[in-house]
Design a protein around this ligand. Structure first.
Ligand code: AMP
Length: 419
């Protein structure tokens, strides 16, 4: 099947061929004709399936077929959970829309609002936004959503995970009731189904891959080891395999920083990306990684969501996520757009229950191996005892510092009394 046979205009076909795409991906083949028919669509697709072009191309086509009003009201609104995804989606709209007259922009938090307000004032046809900043700007009357015709909720499952349901409901109330709705989600929980039932009208369901299964091209492997050996094992795998571009997931922001520092110390260039980093730092880390200057990007789940890193050969789970669906998202970063990839999980005994939950979700067993010198010898009890001990130590540390503040405080008080 060709892009032309999907009914796309010459302007879009030109941009598509400039991007080097020859064949529409399965989600594009299914979603584009339905969206062009102005149907509501409920799409099951994770990052890496070509889902963004799956909605961006038909939206560009629909809007460019309509007359542009001189004040250019926002006619399509795309909501995304993270800033990175918003920036990426905008870039896709710009690339695919290069040969149309349509204007698009993005608004998200963490950066100054004034440049965004200035761009909005000039009029845009397509707005990509994260929910919080969109509502802020709306309450400042910097934008109007009264003319929105096509609404997209991208990565809707993650938006709900991040607690955006209330914001989404507020936004829905600001948009005309008569509109086309498109909902994209990698997983379909009860909550997503509820949300979909609430605002989609007779949606057409499209699926990129069967629900909750991973791309076959990803080789998945578990290495069992001790907690304390994980960093050393990661260093060994990256250096001996001479891996050039590796995305590593940790469960916590601290963990991401710590691992990134240790990798850098051992001579593997690395950067951490998580919610405590400024937008500028995250963009810089990602750019360095994409350009091949940074060999390893260590990320938390939320920060990694929606990152567009094509042809990523290696993903490592330094720790497994406690939500099995997050594993599917994580390994969706590899083996993308036809390339093969490898997803490795480094697992200590306390994570065995996560392995079982993931296997249940995938409906298959994960192959598990042990590397010589890194044999798992710890028992669950040892890990739990160690955790309890660390917790106690931290608590003692906090108590001590509180007491020393108190002492200092009372000294000051005495001093001031003596004066
Ligand atoms: P997405 O799932 O939208 O994040 O897209 C994943 C990657 O696939 C991006 O790097 C796109 O540029 C690329 N892509 C999208 N559609 C196609 C296509 N039809 N052929 C080849 N690559 C594509």
């Amino acid at each position: 099947m060709s892009f032309k046979s999907l009914g796309l205009s010459d302007a879009l076909l030109k941009a598509i061929s400039k991007k080097g795409y020859t064949t529409p991906s399965p989600i594009q083949q299914k979603a584009i004709p339905k969206i062009l028919e102005r149907k509501d669509v409920l799409a099951s697709a994770q990052t890496g399936t070509g889902k963004t072009a799956g909605f961006a191309l038909p939206i560009l086509q629909i809007l460019s077929e309509e007359k542009t009003l001189h004040n250019r009201p926002i006619r399509s609104l795309i909501l995304t959970p993270t800033r990175e995804l918003a920036a990426q989606v905008l870039q896709d709209f710009k690339d695919y829309g290069e040969f149309t007259d349509l204007r698009s922009t993005v608004v998200f938090g963490g950066v100054g609002a004034n440049p965004q307000i200035r761009t909005l004032r000039q009029g845009v046809d397509i707005l990509v936004a994260t929910p919080g900043r969109l509502l802020d700007l709306h309450s400042q009357r910097a934008l109007s959503l009264a003319k929105v015709e096509v609404l997209v909720l991208d990565e809707a499952d993650r938006m709900l995970d991040m607690g955006f349901l209330r914001d989404i409901k507020k936004i829905l109330a600001l948009i005309p009731a008569k509109r086309q709705n498109l909902l994209f989600s990698a997983t379909f929980s009860k909550e997503i189904k509820q949300l979909a039932n609430g605002f989609l009208h007779h949606p057409v369901m499209v699926e990129a891959t069967p629900e909750n299964t991973t791309a076959e091209k990803v080789d998945q492997l578990v290495y069992k080891t001790n907690k304390g050996l994980k960093t050393e094992l990661v260093i060994k795998l990256i250096s001996e395999g001479d891996w050039k571009q590796v995305l590593i997931f940790t469960r916590t922001k601290h963990g991401a920083n710590r691992l990134s520092e240790k990798l850098s110390k051992s001579g593997i260039t690395s950067a951490a990306i998580h919610g405590n980093k400024s937008q500028g730092a995250r963009t810089k880390a990602l750019a360095g990684f994409k350009a091949g200057k940074v060999r390893v990007l260590v990320a938390t789940d939320i920060a990694a969501r929606g990152l567009d890193i094509p042809l990523l050969p290696h993903v490592i789970n330094y720790e497994l996520p406690n939500i099995a669906e997050d594993y599917v998202h994580r390994i969706g970063r590899t083996g993308r757009a036809g390339a093969s990839g490898e997803a490795i999980s480094i697992v200590s005994v306390d994570e065995n229950e996560y392995v079982r939950a993931i296997e249940k979700l995938l409906g298959e067993r994960l192959q598990s191996e042990v590397i010589e010198g890194f044999e798992p010898t710890e028992s669950l009890k040892e890990i739990l005892d160690k955790k309890a001990e660390n917790k106690q130590q931290n608590q003692r540390g906090r108590d001590n510092s509180r007491n020393s503040h108190k002492t200092k405080g009372s000294n000051n008080f005495q001093r001031s009394r003596r004066k």
